[in-house]
Design a binder for this molecule. Sequence first.
Ligand code: ADP
Ligand code: MG
Length: 454
Amino acid sequence: MLDYSHNFHIVKPTLGVFLLGDTTLSQLKDEISNFEYEKYIKNLRYSEEASRSDLAVYEAPNPFIQNWVKTKYSEKIAHLFEMNTGVKPEVNIILSTEKKSVPKKVMLNEYKQQKSTILNPSYTFDAFVVGSSNQLAYEVSQTVCAKQGLAFNPLLLYGGTGLGKTHLLNAIGNHAITKQKSVIYITSEQFLNDWQFHIRNQTMDRFREKYRACDYLLIDDVQFFGGKERIQEEFFHTFNELHSKNRQIILTSDKPPKKIAGLEERLKSRFEWGLVADIQPPELETKIAIIKKKCEFDGIYLDREIIDYIATNMDNNIREIEGIIIKLNAFANLMNQDITLEFAKNILKEQIKEKKESITIDDIISVVSKELNIKPSEIKSKSRSTQIANARRIVIYLARNLTPNSMPALAHYFGMKDHSSVSKAMKKVQELLNGSADFKIVVDELKNKISSKE
Ligand code: ADP
Ligand code: MG
């Protein structure tokens, strides 16, 4: 049984930063009426444990005071903090978890959960769609939940923007707090800010106490540490201390540790001690499943053909896809009309037009030749071998659909007689698409890969 009693007890500090929470409130006295102060502000309690240099958390005794303070005073409180520290924090008013009569153990759990205010509660394992692109990352994330500190330590997840790293990191945190573990979720940038703040206030002992006592330390986007030597030094010691106590460390990055420029060798090697798992861009099927899940979650209905359209035409950044779904729904509500394919095409027009302008025939040739295992030079040649001629037709079809090139421009590019040859090739591909579901899948997947080029 782990002993959390040292964690539970909140020492009322006497120095610097830890008085700031209360000091700031007393400064408010000068700005508001005595009545307001007595009725609302006096009832707040600064939560030192949940706060960071860029996040000030106060507990309110009931929802009424919570909402009132949130809407009326949080901006003022943030401003006063800024005057005191030079950093304007986000101010969060949460409901007090203290209930005088509950036994200590329950209070401990509640207290620990309160720390999780920074985790996003909707990023859970259940809400995560698994496909071959992210299966490894998903499974190892679950493993570290089951075998805290003993399976892979650290676990480092890496991959491109919007592919679900932060989601999985939060899913681990959300799961851990249900097991009464203490969790710190923080971006590497916030970690740096917090560290600088504690240095300025000469409270490094508090900083170390906080980060070295948790069960799970989740640090998002560690590539940000690159080139920042002093924070790497500090993190190196935090890492060693937690690791030696089998506390679980989970990191995310937009690239593998080896490729993080300006990251010290000793950190690179530590980041690879446990397991490094990548998240790849989703295949079309996974993308479709994610869109369906998001629609379900937001209570939005989209026809299958619209979902397909979004999946094949938008790139792989799921955050952007979510944005489009919300935009579609908002416009449909505003205009009081159903979401039809035409409507969706119209809304997505700008985004897709921008993309069209950035796709070139060479991009298409490069994807098609790679996927169909044919050399680019063969596609551009006049070879009549069936396989090559087919690949060439597909390239022409995709180029006409995904780039702004006209038929005569394509004829010129491929050294064809005139636009009628291009038209013939397009017709042939269309016939195949109408006749074969398998062929359609191949072409859709090619479109997906081309649309999501970086
Ligand atoms: P990253 O941190 O890799 O940039 P995020 O984790 O912030 O990406 O993901 C961006 C958005 O896409 C989030 O809203 C997340 O919920 C969603 N998302 C990404 N991958 C998936 C997935 N496999 N299933 C469900 N939602 C996903
Ligand atoms: Mg992220």
